[in-house]
Ligand binder design. Structure first.
Ligand code: GLY
Ligand code: MN
Length: 363
């Protein structure tokens, strides 16, 4: 992971003697800990990583995580008690006067503990270094995301056979999660969304004790987390016979996604991709019904770095991984979203999720 660490130091506008990543308990565990250690298993609550500009690192972990930690090439220090932890951290950091922290992944509570252990050190925020280094993915990251996408595709392919008349959104979500894990996912990438009918008009709805009825949208949005890397896919079906309105909504979103695919290539501003999609949807009868950004970066985090948001002037670069997920949402009726994961390539993009996108009636 030498290159990743060097990139972090090079990418930050700050100059520091070393960088410390300090984890608390979930959800306050910094995913950059996994970025720099390359560890695939373990929670690493209460662990710490000290990274150096030459690409090496020390990690400080409790006995609970020691076995998992040995799979990393980092120098390892194991602590048993809180006192041992503080003493070891002080020793690791005592020769440095300017220490970088990732302020966007560090709670104020943990930061205060750090300054308490090292009252004379100067702490500087180097979160820009992590953000910029992670915008483009290296080969290993891409391979993991691809595998996460394959698992998601295979799960999506099973959905038409899983969906049955009267089943609940809760049951469908459970089936999706079961499939993801049986196919090798560590866990679902995020809380699976399986929404029926008018619930599909809420982009971040979830699932509930609602039974499937004929003529309803079935929106499935989920992903696999594989070796800490995520995929994110959405397909929207109709259960039973679709109406013209269902089909029109679907065709509008499908066309919007094609517009995004055609616009994506290195050098294009992320915000311009969104504007192209937004203008198209606003030129149809679904004007004003596209209510979120066109997509987001994907990697160790499900929402990872750069996104296709209206005001993002950042240019796309080769080896960025993002989602493309236009949608239209009609409150009281339902919503359609079609989401795929893409890798930015020299001349355009590679689709990482490959599930069919044709309009489909189930049942
Ligand atoms: N797939 C959920 C989201 O992107 O927010
Ligand atoms: Mn998404």
């Amino acid at each position: 992971m030498i290159q990743r660490i060097k990139n972090i130091f090079r990418s930050s506008n700050q100059t520091v003697d070393c960088i410390v990543l300090k984890n608390a308990t979930i959800p306050y565990v910094d995913d950059n800990f996994f970025y720099v250690t390359n560890l695939e298993q373990g929670l690493f609550e209460g662990s710490c990583a000290v990274i150096h500009s030459n690409g090496t690192l020390d990690i400080l972990v409790s006995e609970l995580e020691a076995e998992s930690a040995r799979k990393s090439t980092a120098r390892l220090i194991i602590y048993k008690t809180k006192d041992e932890y503080s003493t070891a951290l002080k020793q690791l950091l005592s020769s440095f006067s300017t220490i970088g922290v990732n302020a966007s992944g560090l709670s104020y509570f943990e930061f205060n503990k750090l300054t308490g252990i090292l009252p004379n050190a100067k702490f500087v925020d180097v979160s820009d270094g992590f953000f910029k280094a992670r915008l483009t993915k290296d080969e290993q990251e891409i391979q993991r995301i691809k595998k996460a996408c394959e698992i998601a595709d295979e799960t999506m392919a099973a959905i038409p056979d899983i969906v049955t008349d009267g089943m609940s959104e809760d049951e469908l979500a459970a089936e999706i999660n079961y499939s993801l894990q049986s196919l090798g996912a560590e866990k679902p990438a995020f809380d699976t969304i399986s929404s029926f009918g008018k619930n599909s008009a809420e982009p971040h709805y979830g699932h509930g004790n609602v039974n499937l009825e004929n003529g309803s949208f079935v929106l499935c949005d989920f992903g696999a987390c594989y070796k800490k890397y995520n995929s994110d896919i959405t397909r929207t079906f109709v259960f039973g016979k679709a109406t013209e309105k269902h089909k029109e909504m679907y065709e509008t979103v499908l066309q919007a996604q094609q517009i995004a695919f055609q616009a994506i290539k290195p050098g294009v501003k992320a915000g311009d991709v969104h504007q192209a999609v937004q203008s198209y949807i606003d030129s149809t009868k679904f004007k004003g019904k596209f209510i979120h950004s066109t997509g987001h970066g994907l990697g160790l985090a499900v929402h990872d770095g750069i996104g296709f948001s209206p005001d993002n002037g950042m240019e796309l670069k080769e080896n960025m991984v993002l989602t493309v997920e236009p949608g239209v949402y009609v409150p009281g009726f339902g919503g359609v979203r079609i989401e795929d994961d893409i890798l930015v390539k020299k001349d355009g993009l590679e689709l990482l999720t490959k599930s069919p996108r044709d309009f489909r009636e189930l049942g």
